[in-house]
Design a protein around this ligand. Structure first.
Ligand code: SF4
Length: 330
């Protein structure tokens, strides 16, 4: 568990846009100054509201979003990849090792392909098998690991429920035998009972194959169920990162505390303790000065709007970006 599979230093994903009455050029900093490491074998959770940049960060790691600043290093134990500069065969080699499980199991699968062809596609595109029989055997093996019925391989995606489609997506992501998977809101579109089933499947696949997951979700209760380490994003930046238990027991950033307080209680008589945040998440086109959270933070002081807080270690494996994290009683 000690070796880093992904190391991110000073990462920025910036998009130039032209807008307004006079066609001014502006830069949207969707992700700004991210510094994190993901260790091999971890189930690493990334949470935040919509628009916080979590999907963009996941895509940048897979070289599916432009890396404007900083670097991402991927280390599979035998080879190091500088993700920003990968091209041609190096990019294909990297893609075999790092895969994406899509958010929407209805939109992610081609309605014109059979389940067998959908799962086999990465093997054929990356030429990972010698012949059709080997491809078919690999497809059957991974389908049964993902608890799909072998009889279903001849059918088309429309014949399946949301949970079964997500199993097909997972089988497709796993068929090339990757080391690292980005699961982007992979259970958000499913009913609660099916969510638990898919989460348990991901956890057992992680153990069997020694996989590393970046699990992106807006739902902290889902993240609490599966993740070893959790990072919280706000407006393109990570504001807190800690092992699961430490973060849920004692959050050190006011934004994390507000997210945790909003998790519904199972007790119908319990009074809501939700911390109410004022206003909406600001636009990444013009983020607030100083601490980006100061316009909504119930603990903000004058220093917060003037000076950006440092990303610093506050406890063992616990990092935070808040001037007053040591003194706040959250
Ligand atoms: Fe709130 Fe200030 Fe801490 Fe930002 S630095 S989270 S505004 S207390």
């Amino acid at each position: 568990m000690s070796e880093n599979i992904v190391s991110i230093k000073g990462l920025g994903v910036h998009y130039p846009i032209v807008g307004g009455w006079f066609g001014e050029k502006k830069i949207v900093k969707a992700v700004d100054n991210i510094n994190i490491d993901i260790k091999r074998g971890q189930f690493f959770g990334l949470v935040g509201e919509s628009g916080s940049g979590k999907t963009t960060l996941g895509r940048a790691i897979l070289q599916a979003a432009p890396i404007s600043k900083g670097e991402i290093t991927f280390n599979d134990g035998e080879r190091k990849f500088d993700v920003k500069s990968l091209k041609n065969q190096d990019l294909l080699d990297f893609r075999r090792r790092a895969q994406l499980i899509f958010q929407d199991p209805y939109a992610a699968l081609s309605p014109r392909m059979t389940v067998r062809d959908i799962i086999a596609e990465p093997l054929e595109v990356m030429k990972l098998t010698e012949n059709k029989e080997e491809t078919n055997q690999r497809v059957r093996d991974i389908a049964s690991e993902c608890r799909l019925n072998i009889e279903h391989l001849r059918r088309f995606p429309h014949a399946f429920s949301g949970g079964q489609r997500q199993r097909i997506s997972i089988a497709r992501a796993l068929v090339a035998n990757p080391d690292f998977l980005v699961a982007d809101e992979s259970v958000a579109a499913l009913d609660v009972s099916i969510q638990a089933d898919i989460l348990n499947l991901l956890k057992s696949l992680q153990k069997e194959h020694g996989l590393t997951f970046l699990f992106i979700s807006h739902d902290l209760s889902v993240v609490a169920h599966v993740c070893d380490v959790v990072a919280v994003m706000y407006l393109g930046q990570i504001v807190e990162m800690a092992p699961n238990k430490a973060l849920f027991r004692k959050p050190r950033h006011p934004y994390t505390a507000a997210l945790l307080s909003a998790i519904p209680s199972l007790d119908p008589d319990a009074e809501s303790q939700a911390i109410k945040l004022e206003g909406e998440i600001p636009s990444p086109l013009s983020p607030p000065s100083g601490c980006r959270f100061h316009t909504r933070c119930p603990h903000a002081k004058p220093r917060c709007s003037e000076e950006a807080p440092e990303w610093r270690q506050i406890d063992e494996e616990h990092f935070v970006s808040c001037h007053f994290a040591d003194e706040l009683n959250l």
